[in-house]
Design a protein around this ligand. Structure first.
Ligand SMILES: [Fe+2]
Length: 342
């Protein structure tokens, strides 16, 4: 199962310089590496993130990731106050709509409230944009309005500050299912957001970014990566629309799913750390380019991402389904990234 790659500092810098031949991605970023493994701080805020988890074929893998999260909690004496669901929340059908048993089997009971007591924020993936008997997008918007649940999706795109008191992070949650992002139809009824919705969201996104920062960190989440070493490749619909905004507003993290793996990509001179966390349960897929071509980390594994939040720094850990930490880094409010020894 495990198929991971982690760059040494020397090879990371060499690869970074090689990649920087791409005009938009210039050199200049400095990294520190080698800080010791730091155990999760139980006094910090903790969010567990999964993408591509609502599989209709690989339930055992989804269960393995859920058990891995619980094992990790026990081993490190931490409990997440929240989850983040990074899209492709529902593959296949929800035949019974809001009453389909999959809501219980694959969400409410799969991530039981005694382990995951807080809200589960969600964004929409390409597999959520499928209509058959029901429109899975509308179901996900309606579910928290009609059911007692931790599922939290107030709109297709939304923002919140976290935690509510003395917030550390502003989250801007986007719908990345823009026109042009589906290369082919996955199933009958597959569709995308309209051009008008995409324009409306972009206007809203720019308005939110332009507001004065009130938190030490700003994280943008969506389903589709801009940059990925995975099978879906760099997204040439999203890059021209959003990369400049991430740079100009010094967004600290852009966190997504879509590729069924765990990745961390940094570009010299780019203020944003790009994270892919698509290992929630769906089938593993291959790399489109070797992960060592752009690092510092790629893991072709099922697993999850543990985001630890404190005012003086965010620590992001990629953890596999056996609760083994594969990769970790810390980012401070000055933008400095430090890779942590696993
Ligand atoms: Fe996807």
């Amino acid at each position: 199962m495990a198929d991971t790659f982690q760059l040494s500092r020397r090879s990371f810098l060499r690869q970074t310089v090689a990649f920087s031949a791409v005009p938009a991605l210039q050199p200049g970023r400095i990294f520190a590496q080698g800080a010791d493994f730091a155990a999760p701080d139980p006094n910090a805020q903790h969010m567990f993130m999964i993408g591509d988890w609502g599989t209709d074929k690989y339930i055992d893998q989804q269960k393995a990731v859920s058990f891995g999260m619980r094992t990790w909690m026990g081993a490190h004496h931490v409990q997440p106050q929240s989850m983040f669901l990074l899209g492709d929340n529902w593959y296949g059908h929800l035949h019974e709509g809001l009453d389909d048993e999959r809501w219980q089997d694959q969400f409410e009971n799969m991530y039981p409230a005694n382990y995951f007591p807080g809200p589960a924020y969600a964004v929409l993936g390409n597999h959520d944009y499928e209509k058959s008997k029901h429109d899975k997008v509308q179901l996900q918007l309606d579910y928290p309005k009609q059911k007692k649940t931790r599922w939290t999706m107030p709109a297709k795109w939304y923002t919140f500050k976290y935690p509510a008191q003395n917030p550390i992070v502003t989250f801007i949650c986007l719908d990345s299912n823009l026109p042009g992002t589906k290369a082919f139809e996955f199933m009958p009824g597959s569709y995308l957001m309209s051009h008008a919705e995409a324009e409306e969201q972009d206007q809203w996104f720019q308005t939110e970014l332009a507001k004065p920062r009130t938190t030490p960190f700003l994280i943008v989440t969506a389903h589709h990566p801009l940059y990925t070493n995975g099978i879906h490749r760099d997204n040439h619909v999203l890059i021209p629309r959003w990369d400049r905004l991430l740079r100009d507003h010094k967004v600290d993290f852009y966190i997504t799913g879509h590729d069924h793996d765990l990745q961390h990509i940094e570009f010299d001179g780019h203020p944003t750390s790009f994270v892919v966390s698509g290992g929630g349960g769906a089938e593993l897929v291959n790399w489109s380019v070797p992960p060592e071509s752009r690092g510092p980390f790629g893991g072709r594994v099922i697993g999850f991402t543990h985001l630890e939040m404190a005012r003086d720094g965010l620590t992001l850990r990629h953890v596999d389904s056996s609760a083994k930490q594969l990769h970790a880094f810390r980012k401070t409010p000055d933008g400095k990234v430090t890779l942590l020894r696993s």
